[in-house]
Write a protein that binds this ligand. Structure first.
Ligand code: NAD
Ligand code: USQ
Length: 404
């Protein structure tokens, strides 16, 4: 298949492009490289050193013998997206190319608007372009489990059957996202559903949980193929942050009570799920939703897993409960279905102690690169995106125009 990977320079897009290329698909890689600019703006950086896109592409070609057809394009540029889709005629598009940090979207009004414009307009441009230039193309879009929030009922895969006043229907599952970023994904989901109903496009919305790990069969081939590892207060995801905090001797920052429960998955399962979705396209006019995660953990449970894994190596860890900078339920019911990718053949990797060991080893190997002044989470949901004054994150405080 010819598969366009949008966001191919990112944490997940890069390993996915390699995975699909290694399996003989004709991969078109697309990215504006805006994430590298956002890192500069925030004073943040990947813990793992990541090569320039030119070096990555050349290294992949020399290691594998496969070439990725590269396009540097901003998806908000409708004419450029049209040209891309018209000339490359992909069988499938895998769309990762969004601003993906919840804290970033809550920094200031500018960051909230930038997030929603970037994500919603980019996705809409892709859908309109597919309608006009490649209507049979299967759009595989990365959504997020956080679209659903934490309702007090079971979470279904995209749709819910309801009885109302004696009548029955199947409708999109209600959404209660917790950040302007997560909300942008809800808007995307509605646009995808609309495009399938009105224009007969075919789309898969992958509501993914929090991904951990950096190593796939392909990224392990050479240091220049490694993917990014975010740990700072803006881009860092929770397991990465805990492992880095422990490595530099700081307490793990469990926000509030720590009963917040989320779905998680290994990066090797992400690339496999994308492949499974691509190989099993929906019918024209079908909008389908898969919940893409393999296990669920509370934040406190995750901290305790890190503590145990480190203890097995004689490494000390302290767990702290810090004031929660976000607005979210800290104790709640959580039972999200995630059957449909298993039905397609996914064989999940578990977050075993071994895997935690692997993440810990990645951190220990790169610990000299940790920027300690970016670890603290400074973006406060309640104050409308203000930054804690007097914090230890001057780069992040400067970003929001507030002294720190
Ligand atoms: P990332 O920031 O590492 O990568 C995103 C890439 O998209 C970057 O390289 C960026 O330059 C590019 N991009 C952003 N806006 C663009 C635009 N307008 N035009 C062209 N390129 C653009 O993020 P990631 O962690 O790889 O996440 C990829 C996708 O998966 C996102 O949509 C995210 O919401 C979703 N997701 C990620 C996770 C996770 O744990 N990382 C979990 C669930 C869902
Ligand atoms: N948390 C802590 N301590 C920390 C960091 C986070 O307790 O130091 C808590 C958060 O409050 C939250 C949970 O851990 O309850 C997860 O936070 P996170 O930063 O790991 O994940 P999140 O902000 O939800 O975003 C990440 C990715 C995003 C993706 C999402 C999947 O950045 O792109 O969409 O995970 S999901 O959470 O399923 O929506």
């Amino acid at each position: 298949m010819r598969i366009a990977v949008l966001g191919a320079d990112g944490y997940l897009g890069w390993p996915t492009a390699l995975h699909l290329s290694a399996r003989g698909h004709d991969v078109v890689g697309v990215d504006s490289l805006v994430r590298r600019r956002w890192d500069e703006e925030c004073g943040t950086d990947s813990l793992t050193p990541i090569a320039s896109i030119a070096d990555r592409l050349a290294r992949w070609q020399s290691e594998s013998g496969h070439k990725i057809d590269w396009h540097q394009i901003d998806l908000c540029d409708a004419a450029a997206v049209d040209e891309l889709i018209r000339t490359t005629q992909p069988d499938a598009i895998v769309h990762f190319a969004e601003q993906r940090s919840a804290p970033y979207s809550m920094i200031s009004p500018r960051h909230g608007v930038e997030t929603q414009v970037n994500n919603v307009v980019g996705t809409l441009n892709v859908l309109l372009s597919v309608r006009d230039h490649a209507p049979d193309c299967h759009v595989i879009k990365l959504g997020t489990m956080g679209e659903y929030g934490t309702p007090n009922i079971d979470i279904e895969e995209g749709f819910i059957e309801i009885e109302h006043n004696g009548r029955h229907d199947r409708v999109l599952y209600p959404k209660q996202p917790g950040s302007l970023y997560h909300l942008s994904k809800v808007h995307d989901s509605h646009n995808l559903d609309f495009a399938c109903r009105i224009w007969d496009l075919r789309a898969t919305d992958l509501n993914q949980g929090v991904v951990y790990g950096t190593t796939t069969d392909e990224t392990a081939l050479h240091p220049q193929l490694v993917t990014r590892f975010d740990y700072d207060g803006i881009w860092g995801t929770v397991l990465n942050r805990f492992c880095v905090e422990a490595a530099v001797g700081e307490p793990l920052t469990v926000y509030g009570k720590g009963g917040q429960t989320r779905g998680f998955l290994d990066i090797r399962d992400t690339v496999r799920c994308i492949e499974l979705a691509a190989l099993n396209a929906p019918a024209a006019g079908e909008y389908r939703v898969y919940n893409q995660f393999t296990e669920q953990f509370s934040v406190l449970g995750l901290a305790e897993k890190v503590e145990h894994a480190r203890a097995a190596h004689g490494l000390p860890t302290t767990i702290s409960h810090v004031s929660n900078p976000r607005r979210e339920k800290e104790e709640h019911y959580y039972n999200a279905k995630h059957q449909r990718l298993l039905d397609l053949g996914l064989e999940p990797h578990g977050l075993s102690e071994t895997l935690i060991d692997h993440v810990i080893q990645t951190v220990e190997a790169n610990v000299s690169r940790v920027r300690r002044n970016t670890i603290e989470a400074t973006i406060d949901w309640r104050k409308g995106g203000h930054v804690y004054a007097g914090g230890r994150a001057p780069a992040l405080a400067a970003l929001a125009g507030i002294g720190g």
